[in-house]
Ligand binder design. Structure first.
Ligand SMILES: [Zn+2]
Ligand SMILES: [Zn+2]
Length: 908
């Protein structure tokens, strides 16, 4: 066996092997799935090709090979708890794959897999086993075809071909849709690798679940379309989808018994070893923290490079959580200073060749890691001491409740996963479903359908203390400020607190920036792309006023209005009227509803592959990012605009409802990421009988589409690879733009002394006239130059019977110069001339021409013209009898012509 392949070589060999078999190398797609909002992270090589199998996407190639970045850290495929505790689990990993989209099938896929493993990588044929599909329910035909093709492979032991049922060898994308049998290749690493020898029930063999037999490669043959539980139809085109775990094949080819001992992960643990100063023996006795740090540092490096920086919600939360988890394991190795950046540098070194985005984003990666570690260390000690207090209190039942875990997360920045780690080490359990419930409760209290507010930040502690004070003073019944942005009418209520620079103050002077706490608010808090409301909070008696510019949730349960005192001196306890800027809010609502219509229009006109990839809903415009492989044509943009404007004219009614997530999804609602955690969702439906849009959304909307007014797309461009961006305006902004455009048109018409209707005709007449004048001008210039040439007859020198002319023509175009050169050749039986001129930019330009006799004597026009051009810093070339050259410095034309003349004279 060829055992010392480097990991990078192995990846390269795989890609190149399939390139030689006619495959196109398709670079890994981002860890953030572009088109699939149901997915947190790209978790398989299939993700970027899924739509092809569903018939929603077409590519220019029918064979592809790739190495895909994957993350499995949350949701159904969640290995996080095992990561670091064994040799094989990872959060981030790579998946190698080859793909046929209606092209080759089982025969080639099997032959090539065998060839790569045995011929190219030299794996011992006797150690390989394969599995094929045989239905235990006898409903679907056995895949004897694949088994036959395996038998045909050189050196394949037929007794190593086994059949397994649906669980192991039948692949389905979902309950319905494309599916088919698979064939897996396993390697027998020898009895020494079996880690279940002591288990009396263990059957040591393929799929026996021990470390001796490893699945190396899964070949999936997609040939059916499942239309119901018991009905399969053959697909018109069959496809191949294969997947080989990169870390595993590297460990096999490098002949090591752990992924962490390969040259793609061991160097990361070595960096940590250097930092701790431990010996290798000490490390081997305490491997878990080393493995966690190596794995998580690699994952965080790739995440940040794909734009997922540490944060409080969704993907950003995952990035934060794995950095903090690694940092926490670092403290077990007595690493108390930020260290992740050092490991990440090694990741960039090892992986930068295959994933150049890492090199490009090196600084961002290192900065984010260090910043997050520092932030975590600030709250870690208090968080840990709270946790220990809780554990002390619950000593008897050895349990941490969901609510307690949530508090630790919300107020002390301790991610659930870390609480669970620590609790587990002390023999405690943490109530995960209780945690999720508490989180849900928080969401309901702080505004249904809302994303999680900012939690665990540096100032969260301070704000949590302020909230407690307000609650203890009896001013808030529940520990939460209520939020109902859907009814924006002004409200009357007392000021509960004023906060200046993070500290509570009793009153605030005119001109100060303050944060205001009320018992409830109808200001919208930025989320789902929609910006926060602005407005005023003013004294009921009109003595003071605060202009509100932003609203935020600095900690669980607390909402603050951020603004500036523009009149008087507000005091805690004063009766106040809180008023949202309704005109601005209405502009925002128009843009938000228009965003939903735009989304529907794009899916209708461009296809169902279009998915929202980001949006901004502001008062003056809307911005919508979506997955689509190429720029929209002018025609498509027009169609999209018309679709939305038609929906406006039809004045469709909007309906918002609260529903169970699953119910909404089943009804076909477009789910956006971030609503993922909530069971209860808010839905926005546009239209009655014919629904044109159905989305999950917490934003504010108009009641009827007619309120939107005109919808105008102002730009279309690229936002990222595979992602387009449209910006558009509606309502008052669109009105303004239409008025401006009309005014411009009228001004232009006026200056041409016609009305707008006659403008086109008038303009084309003006342009025709201008073309004619230009032509006349050129003719005139040409005849002037011809006169100049004719007058220069007396400047022609005779050198050994050859006419030599060096002439500066002033401003001339190259066509006229070539015409003059032709004239010179016909005027002289034996002669050489170089003409100089300046082009439109004022740069010098030369043409040299020779009569035939001189050409046959070996004189070359190119050499002469370059003798001139070299003086002005240029070069050129051409035929032996006609050559031209440009240059830079027109002030040296005279010297240049002299140089050309001297060169000619010496040669004649
Ligand atoms: Zn075994
Ligand atoms: Zn929305």
């Amino acid at each position: 066996m060829q055992s010392k392949n480097s990991g990078n070589d192995i990846r390269k060999t795989f890609i190149e092997f399939f390139e030689k078999k006619g495959h196109t190398f398709v670079p890994s797609s981002s860890l953030v799935p572009g088109g699939d909002q149901t997915l947190l992270f790209t978790n398989a090589g299939m993700v970027q090709f899924k739509d092809i199998f569903l018939g929603l996407d077409e590519r220019s190639y029918s064979r592809a090979a790739n190495s895909q970045k994957c993350m499995r850290v949350a949701g159904k495929h969640n290995d996080l708890e095992d990561v670091g505790r064994d040799d094989t689990h990872h959060t981030f990993f790579e998946m190698l794959g080859n793909w046929s989209f209606g092209d080759y099938y089982k025969k080639e896929a099997i032959a090539w897999a065998w060839e790569l493993l045995t011929d190219v990588w030299g794996i011992d044929r006797d150690k390989l086993w394969v599995t094929c599909f045989k239905d235990e329910k006898d409903e679907i035909p056995a895949d004897n075809e694949a088994a036959e093709y395996w038998k045909q492979q050189t050196g394949m032991d037929p007794s190593h071909i086994l059949f397994f049922g649906r669980k192991d060898n039948f692949w389905e994308m979902a309950d319905t849709g494309p599916c088919g049998p698979s064939s897996e290749i396993h390697i027998d690493r020898g009895i020494g690798y079996c880690d279940k020898k002591d288990d009396p029930n263990h059957q040591c063999g393929v799929n026996g679940d021990c470390a001796r037999f490893l699945e190396l490669w899964n070949l999936v043959f997609i040939q059916y379309n499942r239309i119901s539980k018991h009905e399969l139809l053959p697909l018109p085109k069959t496809h191949v989808d294969t997947g080989m775990g990169f870390e595993r094949i590297v460990s096999v080819l490098q002949d090591v018994n752990s992924n962490y001992k390969t040259d793609i992960l061991l160097p990361l643990m070595d960096v940590v070893l250097k930092l701790t100063g431990e010996t290798e023996k000490e490390r081997d006795e305490n491997l878990t923290p080393y493995r966690v740090i190596a794995d998580h540092a690699r994952a965080a490096t790739f995440l940040i490079s794909d734009g997922v920086v540490p944060g409080n919600i969704g993907r950003n939360y995952i990035c934060r959580m794995i950095i903090r988890r690694a940092a926490r394991f670092g403290t077990k190795l007595n690493l108390h200073e930020p260290f992740m950046a050092k490991v990440a540098e090694k990741v960039v070194d090892i992986y930068g060749g295959a994933y150049p985005e890492l090199v490009k984003n090196r600084e961002t990666i290192l900065d984010n890691l260090t910043r997050e570690e520092k932030r975590f260390r600030k709250t870690l000690d208090t968080g840990l001491s709270y946790l220990h207090e809780i554990m002390q209190k619950n000593k008897k039942e050895k349990k941490v409740s969901g609510k307690e875990a949530f508090e630790l997360y919300a107020t002390h920045g301790l991610p659930f996963e870390i609480t669970r780690d620590i609790a587990k080490e002390e023999g405690y359990v943490v109530d995960e479903s209780g945690f999720l419930e508490a989180m849900e409760q928080h969401k309901v209290e702080s505004g249904a359908g809302k994303e999680f507010g900012p939690l665990g930040g540096e100032d969260a502690d301070k704000y949590a203390a302020i909230l407690s004070e307000i609650v203890e003073a009896g001013k808030l019944a529940e520990k939460v400020v209520l939020n109902d942005p859907y009814d924006p009418a002004p409200t009357k209520q007392p000021l509960l607190a004023l906060i200046d620079n993070g500290n509570r103050v009793e009153q605030a002077k005119q001109g100060t920036e303050v944060e205001v706490v009320l018992g409830k608010t109808n200001f919208y808090i930025q989320s789902g792309g929609q910006v926060s409301d602005t407005g005023t909070i003013a004294a009921v008696d009109g003595t003071w006023e605060i202009r509100i510019e932003d609203v935020r949730k600095p900690t669980t349960g607390l909402i603050v209005h951020i603004g500036k005192v523009i009149k008087g001196t507000p005091k805690t306890g004063d009766q106040a009227v809180a008023a949202v800027d309704l005109q601005r809010r209405h502009d925002i609502m128009r843009n938000h509803t228009a965003t939903h219509l735009l989304h529907a229009a794009l899916r209708d006109i461009l296809g169902k592959h279009v998915r929202q990839a980001g949006s901004l809903v502001a008062p003056d415009r809307l911005r919508f990012d979506f997955t689509h492989p190429e720029a929209l044509t002018k025609k498509e943009i027009k169609k999209v605009e018309q679709f939305v404007n038609n929906a406006v004219l039809e004045n469709k009614e909007l309906h918002s409802n609260e529903k169970q997530l699953q119910e909404a999804i089943d009804e076909g609602a477009m789910a956006l990421f971030g609503e993922k955690y909530g069971d209860k969702v808010r839905t926005i439906v546009i239209g009655d009988e014919d629904v044109i849009s159905y989305e999950l959304c917490g934003g504010t909307h108009v009641d009827e589409t007619g309120e939107i007014g005109s919808f105008i797309i102002v730009s279309e461009g690229s936002a990222a690879a595979g992602i387009r961006r449209i910006e558009a305006i509606t309502g008052r902004k669109a009105q303004e733009m239409i008025e401006e455009r009309f005014a411009t048109l009228e001004r232009i018409a006026e200056s041409l002394h016609v009305n707008v209707d006659g403008l086109e005709e008038k303009l084309s007449a003006v342009l025709d006239k201008q073309n004619e004048l230009e032509k006349q001008n050129q003719e005139l210039q040409k005849s002037t130059l011809m006169v100049r040439y004719t007058e220069a007859k007396n400047e022609v020198d005779e050198v050994n019977g050859v006419s030599v002319l060096m002439l500066d023509l002033g401003n001339a175009d190259s066509a006229t110069m070539r015409e003059i050169a032709d004239r010179f050749r016909s005027d002289h039986s034996s002669g050489v001339a170089t003409f100089a001129a300046r082009n439109e930019k004022g740069e010098p330009f030369f043409i040299t021409t020779l009569t035939k006799d001189l050409v046959s004597k070996g004189l070359k026009a190119g050499e002469i013209v370059n003798a001139a051009a070299s003086v002005v810093g240029g070069r050129g070339g051409g035929r032996p009898d006609l050559a031209q050259a440009g240059g830079k410095d027109a002030s040296k034309i005279k010297e240049a012509l002299e140089a050309a003349k001297a060169y000619c004279t010496s040669k004649i």
